[in-house]
Design a protein around this ligand. Structure first.
Ligand code: GRF
Length: 222
């Protein structure tokens, strides 16, 4: 089943690009109806235009409050026939004026293994803390920041000489893989939310590897 997708961006839009690429190669069954940015210079708008996707810019600083801004986003998304909204580096907090009409139909990607390191500079928070496993999370959006039910997470190793930039780049590569995957599961109707749990129908339980970093050595590795 093809899902009608709207994507909200604020910046570079590399996650948007990963989604566009997967739609183009047939891996992700989505029809991207509109890409909306809150900043006119968001590179994501350019990426969308290149792909022939409708775009809009809604400047948050031109609205009297968050609810009015959110109302305009809702109007545009509805007009475009959007069923599911993907936040892809969208740097605004959404209010009930947005989340009520799109309840259960907004997803976000966060560059950390939630509930660790919510909020800004998550990559830097992880590097500063010296975590050994960092990662990213695709989750449904609720009214608390970086909080809703988790659809998929991926871990990447972090090393003592990592900083925000090196760790962020490693995380971002994985973001580009898990976000289209999560959207495809939703498009296929395989995703169900039960309280805090997200059930992905027929998802494999096979582990690729035992996740430890540094890796376990014999005899601890078996
Ligand atoms: C990503 O790290 C995403 O997880 C976070 O903002 C960044 C956006 O990057 N929410 P991009 O605009 O998709 O390149």
């Amino acid at each position: 089943m093809t899902i009608a997708l709207g994507v909200l961006v604020s910046g570079s839009g590399s996650n948007l690009q990963a989604i566009l690429d997967r739609v183009a190669d047939g891996g992700l069954d989505a029809d991207i109806r509109i890409v909306i940015a809150n900043k006119p210079d968001a590179q994501g708008l350019e990426r969308a235009r290149k792909a022939g996707i409708a775009t809009a810019c809604v400047r948050h600083d031109e609205f009297p409050d968050r609810a009015a801004f959110d109302g305009e986003l809702v109007r545009l998304l509805r007009e475009a026939g959007v069923e599911l909204v993907a936040l892809a580096g969208f740097m605004r907090i959404l209010t009930p004026a947005f989340l009520t009409p799109f309840a259960g139909r907004v997803v976000n990607i966060h560059p950390a293994l939630l509930p660790a390191c919510p909020g800004l500079r998550a990559q830097g928070q992880q590097a500063d803390h010296g975590v050994r496993l960092a990662g990213c999370t695709v989750h449904f959006v609720d009214e608390q920041m970086d909080h809703g039910p988790i659809i998929i997470q991926a871990a990447v190793p972090a090393y003592p000489d990592d900083d925000e930039a090196t760790l962020g780049a490693r995380i971002l590569e994985m973001e580009h893989r898990i976000y289209p995957q999560a959207l495809h599961w939703i498009a296929q109707g395989r995703v169900r939310v039960e309280g805090r749990q997200v059930v992905v129908r027929d998802a494999s339980r096979t582990m690729g590897a035992l996740w430890a970093n540094p890796p376990l050595e014999a005899p601890f590795d078996s």
